[in-house]
Design a protein around this ligand. Structure first.
Ligand SMILES: *Cc1c(COP(=O)(O)O)cnc(C)c1O
Length: 422
């Protein structure tokens, strides 16, 4: 192995010493243990302060304020936390971001609202454009919407190690496009789409765009307003550390809000929630994108992680993210390349999000072996080991240690034959 593990451990110590965000890692639960966590892109670690926040909420707010809590603060919490995500994470002015349902449900609501809107203006616009390697939920829900509205899905073919390019999108959009649904960072390859350019291209074709920000929110800067976004949805349990199943956020540009009608008409989206009137009248602004009672307990952890992101700054987070993935790619080339492993993520840091996918036929077994020894990446077919490097909670030493153990596991699981995958 060259360079050797000891030498790289020294390099990692030095990188950690020079990392301006290194001090924030200790704010996360579990970072004092030797466990290597390479899956913060799928479920972020909890902050230590969250345990106390949840305990206090149960005792004082839920337990003490009881139903009064809704009037006192909970009704406004989805909007307050939404605005905070808007400011610190996605570059959105206040009044355009709200915490709502799961990502899947919010995507459904927004894509369908956008489809109906496009078609109302121009009946020829019946197509939803989506790429074949978009996240499963995105692909499934557009097929459902197309079936239920008598529309069509227009598929974009993509390279599994890359993502949607301007040329590919230009071929797919036209006078029949209603909506384009794209992921900012591809969940498999980590490809970072040029969101500003792709949005402009879709707009030139007269279409609306819905951005899925699940794998970028909290690790890659987003400038929703400046890039001309129409609509976006993002996860909060990945780089935003909201906890398993924490509710997603929706962004709707102010210019579209009062025109769009989402399909799940519930009382929490009504103009006067407690009027309990005979018919649904949608609220103005972001409230109309809500449906039922907001999941308050599920959004509490975000208060802690957003405070940390505000302290670090999203640009510094991105700088560290690039340094972490570049280090992982360098070690993959040095230690895993000779074992037949290939890097199935963009090598250009400007086109790469916060994770790196390593490809080899033995990766499913490698992942299982690593989990048994407390090294936690995840696995995505075909043969992809995803190394997710959450910038605030991951150290360079953790990357060096983890990558050495990935190499050892590949050697064992692939039977020690370096030429196996060729
Ligand atoms: C994680 C993820 C989702 C998850 O959707 P849920 O409704 O929270 O299960 C959706 N889209 C992308 C791109 C994701 O990475």
């Amino acid at each position: 192995m060259s360079p050797d593990v000891g030498e790289i451990a020294g390099v990692a110590v030095d990188l950690d010493r020079r990392d301006p965000l290194a001090g924030l890692r200790g704010a996360f639960t579990g970072t004092e243990t030797p466990l290597v966590y390479f899956d913060g892109n799928s479920l972020g670690r909890p902050l230590r302060s969250t345990a106390a926040r949840l305990e206090r909420f149960v005792r004082e707010e839920w337990g003490g304020r009881l139903i009064r809590g809704w009037d006192e603060s909970w009704m406004e919490l989805p909007f307050a936390i939404g605005d905070r995500i808007g400011r610190a994470v996605i570059g959105a002015a206040p009044g355009q971001t709200v915490i709502g349902d799961s990502t899947t449900v919010l995507l459904y609501k927004l894509v369908r609202a956008a489809c109906d809107d496009a078609r109302a203006t121009d009946p020829a616009r019946v197509e939803i454009v989506v790429d074949r390697d978009n996240f499963p939920t995105d692909r499934y829900l557009v097929e459902g919407i197309a079936a239920e509205r008598g529309g069509r899905v227009r598929w974009i073919d993509v390279d599994l190690s890359g993502g949607v390019t301007s040329a590919a999108l230009a071929d797919a959009v036209g006078p029949e496009t209603a909506v384009v649904l794209l992921s900012h960072v591809a969940y498999r390859s980590g490809h970072l789409a040029d969101a500003a350019a792709l949005t402009a291209l879709a707009h030139d074709a007269g279409a609306l765009v819905v951005w899925d920000l699940c794998h970028s929110a909290g690790s890659v800067p987003v400038h929703a307003d400046a890039w001309g976004f129409d609509l976006a949805v993002g996860c909060t349990y990945k780089y935003l550390n909201g906890g398993p199943g924490s509710p997603a956020f929706a962004y709707v540009a102010e210019r579209h809000q009062d025109r769009l009608a989402q399909p799940i008409q519930g009382w929490m989206g009504a103009a006067d929630v407690f009027a309990m009137g005979p018919a649904y009248v949608p609220a103005r602004g972001m409230r109309r994108f809500l449906s039922g009672t907001p999941p308050i307990v599920g959004m509490l952890a975000l208060e802690d992680s957003l405070a940390l992101i505000e302290r670090a700054g999203i640009d510094a987070i991105r700088t560290k993210s690039i340094a972490l993935t570049a280090f992982a790619v360098e070690l993959a080339d040095a230690w895993l390349g000779p074992l037949g492993v290939t890097v199935a993520s963009p090598r250009d840091a400007a086109r790469r999000g916060g994770h790196v996918t390593l490809s080899h036929p033995a990766m499913r077994a490698v992942t299982a072996a690593l989990w048994r020894q407390d090294v936690i990446p995840d696995y995505r077919d075909p043969g992809g080991l995803r190394i997710g490097l959450s910038p605030l909670s991951t150290s360079f030493a953790e990357v060096a240690d983890g990558m050495a153990r990935v190499a050892a596991a590949v050697r064992t699981e692939a039977g020690g034959a370096p030429t196996l995958a060729r």
